[in-house]
Design a protein around this ligand. Structure first.
Ligand code: NAD
Length: 250
């Protein structure tokens, strides 16, 4: 098992990507803490993992609130005696181009997509330092690496900030035994995208951007996270890892 005995906190852990990460990391031996606002989904995911022999807890958390972060870390440390990995994965997308987006909507995107990563790193760093080190993995996007004509500018700006926040944390806190990396997935196959792909033109347009000719799966993303969370990635620090079938290489 590749993350045996580790305690891993996953934000947005009740969502599409987060739940796939929780399932895979628990199968590979980790105790997982699902931090999310979605109580029903989060609780049933924790039950599912527990019933299949894993260790999982749901923590109802508003990740924009600093006090909620403190409670979640306290719960995880009290329950397992350690904190090894934080995955800052929660995110939203208000799907509007810049000229239709209000300043309030822009601020909401920044608060959730970038602000929660800031709060997560801020909370995790002193705890990980005290415990002898740890790993932070941030979910950015291909849009944290390139401009993309079909994606809201605000989303791209928030994910660009996540990519650079990752590198800055990696550079400063490596001395404390803390690695910080981000993943940069392209569009993932979700019910939302399947709906979009009912329009054959849209489908052709989007798949045409991907040299490997398909969408990412939640398992593609979870596998990359598993690697970064494991000791196999002990010398990987400050990396922005595209999981994109080659979208960002052309
Ligand atoms: N789905 C894709 O195609 C794709 C591609 C690249 C990057 N990403 C990124 O991956 C991450 C996960 O995306 P997803 O597709 O699983 O989305 P999702 O909507 O399925 O899951 C996101 C989760 O975050 C939670 N969340 C949002 N705001 C919160 C808050 N303030 N407090 C607590 N929880 C909160 C939601 O409740 C939800 O469960 C996001 O950061 C997204 O930007 C997604």
């Amino acid at each position: 098992m590749r993350v045996s005995g580790k305690t891993i906190l996953i934000t947005g852990g009740a969502g599409g990507l987060g739940s796939a990460m929780a399932r895979l990391l628990s199968r590979e031996g980790a105790a997982v803490f699902i931090l999310d606002l979605e109580e029903t989904k989060g609780t049933s995911l924790a039950e599912e993992i527990t019933q299949s022999g894993g260790r999982a807890w749901f923590c109802k958390t508003d990740l924009t609130q600093e006090a909620d972060w403190q409670s979640a870390f306290q719960l995880a440390e009290e329950a397992t005696g350690r904190i090894d990995v934080l995955i800052n994965n929660a995110g939203i997308n208000i799907r509007k181009p810049i000229e239709e987006m209000s300043f309030d909507e822009w601020n909401t995107m920044m608060r959730v997509n970038t602000g929660t990563v800031f709060l997560g790193c801020k909370t995790a760093i002193p705890v990980m330092r005290r415990l002898g080190g740890g790993t932070i993995i941030n979910t950015s996007s291909v849009c944290g690496l390139i401009g993309h004509r079909y994606t809201p500018e605000a989303y791209t700006a928030t994910k660009g900030a996540v990519t650079m926040l990752t590198k800055a944390v990696a550079a400063r806190y490596a001395k404390d035994g803390i690695r910080c990396n981000c993943i940069n997935p392209s569009t993932v196959d979700t019910p939302f995208v399947q709906e979009l792909f009912k329009d054959p033109e849209r489908k052709k347009e989007r798949l045409g951007e991907v040299p490997l000719g398909r969408l990412a799966t939640v398992e593609d993303v979870a596998s990359a996270v598993l690697y970064l969370a494991s000791e196999e990635a002990a010398f990987i620090n400050g990396v922005a890892l595209p999981i994109d079938g080659g979208v960002t290489c052309c």
